[in-house]
Design a protein around this ligand. Structure first.
Ligand code: CMC
Length: 366
């Protein structure tokens, strides 16, 4: 008989040294290149933090303007990519569209080693793919990127065709900074594994998008909205959660491989969302779900230390800035691309191919 494989999910395994971020799961700390993620999210722009993640330091005014200009110059998609986009079947989900279209990029520079210019080009183009696809599906005319808008402002503008509200830009920018980079998570690991074969950065990022799509990783915020919609009102919270846990289901937006206390990103988003207008009723329900879920998770899964993760309040932020549910994971992707590409560059600094081993539990020949 072949025994059931044990599953470790590589828990606790250190796969690489990194200078990009520190995730301390016991203390609930997230540090990006020496700075608290929350402070960066509250005080800095997307492009400033992208510079920090890619280059290791916050930019001077000149460097900040240069990076903004570089990103703005790279936003357009090549004609052939737009043509492919128009041919894709309507039922293809947005993450698959992203995975496929990023795969069409032919970037300047060598296949190996990857360059910062390539990282900037991919990061700049991803919001355009999302916005173009979104408008095509809705039968609306494409809205070309505007070079004088910031990365996040331009994203919201291309989606709606209208100037976004400053409060929405600010909230989404803070969310994007908080989710830009997060250690050796599944998609970042995927990108590094692909890059370690000395394959190109386009392949690494296409692969990372595939990993990000899964509901246990970047696909969770849609699950949070579905859960809150099904629960409907405060009176139903306990019965609904109890039912789900009795059936052995997972609550989306709760639990984390590394954080065994509150996810600092979730705390920061919770603080921020409280100041956005028009969310009171919905947020009331979310707060109640969080409270009861944490208690019930402790009852059903004692000692596992399950709290809200970043996805729980991310769903609230995206809802508040009026992004439809199908754009939640793609929006997470557009910010995490900075982290992925930084890891691809870091991997290339001192590369060795990833090649772990497995324990054979199958039959042996007689
Ligand atoms: N709801 C119910 N039970 C849970 C949950 C949950 N959300 N998360 C973990 N558990 C239980 C799990 O059933 C297991 O119980 P037991 O010991 O009886 O088998 C125990 O807690 C430990 O779970 P695990 O599966 O060993 O934990 P993991 O580190 O492999 O998984 C996780 C981490 C994030 C995949 C998991 O907590 C989960 O599935 N959460 C729901 C999906 C989610 O919100 N994902 C977003 C993650 S944060 C952003 C990102 O990384 O993209």
């Amino acid at each position: 008989d072949i025994k059931k494989p044990s599953v470790t999910g590589l828990e606790g395994v250190v796969a690489a040294d990194t200078a990009i971020s520190l995730v301390d799961g016991d203390k609930g700390h997230l540090v990006l290149r020496g700075y608290w993620a929350k402070e960066l999210a509250l005080k800095h722009a997307f492009e400033e933090v992208a510079h920090l993640i890619w280059r290791g330091s916050l930019p001077s005014d000149d460097q900040f303007n240069q990076l903004k200009k570089k990103l703005a110059n790279e936003r357009d998609l090549p004609e052939y990519t737009i043509n492919i986009l128009k041919q894709l079947p309507e039922q293809m989900d947005m993450m698959s569209v992203l995975r496929a279209l990023v795969g069409t990029f032919v970037l300047e520079g060598a296949r190996w080693p990857p360059t910062l210019d390539q990282a900037v080009a991919i990061t700049a183009k991803i919001p355009t793919i999302i916005a173009y696809r979104h408008r095509l599906i809705q039968g609306k005319a494409l809205v070309a990127p505007k070079a004088n808008l910031s990365h996040i402002e331009n994203y919201l503008y291309m989606l709606s065709g209208e100037a976004p509200q400053p409060a929405h830009v600010q909230a989404l920018e803070a969310y994007s900074i908080l989710t830009m980079e997060h250690g050796m998570n599944a998609s970042t690991f995927t990108a590094r594994v692909i890059s370690s074969t000395e394959s190109d950065i386009v392949s690494a990022i296409s692969g990372a998008i595939g990993a990000m799509k899964g509901p246990l990783h970047g696909g969770a915020p849609s699950g949070v909205i579905e859960m809150l919609e099904e629960i409907g009102n405060k009176e139903q919270v306990e019965a609904w959660i109890r039912g789900a846990l009795e059936r052995g289901e997972r609550l989306m937006g709760f639990g984390h491989r590394v954080y065994k206390t509150h996810d600092p990103r979730s705390l920061a988003l919770k603080e921020m969302i409280g100041s956005l207008e028009g969310q009171d009723e919905w947020l009331d329900l979310a707060y109640e779900v969080e409270k009861q879920a944490v208690e019930l998770l402790e009852e059903f899964k004692p000692g596992r230390r399950l709290y809200t993760n970043v996805e729980f309040y991310a769903a609230a932020i995206m809802r508040a800035v009026q992004l439809p549910e199908q754009l939640f994971s793609p929006t997470f992707t557009l910010s995490r691309t900075v982290g992925w590409t930084a890891h691809v560059l870091e991997q290339a600094e001192n590369n060795r191919i990833f090649r772990p081993q497995s324990t054979y539990i199958g039959r042996t020949p007689n």
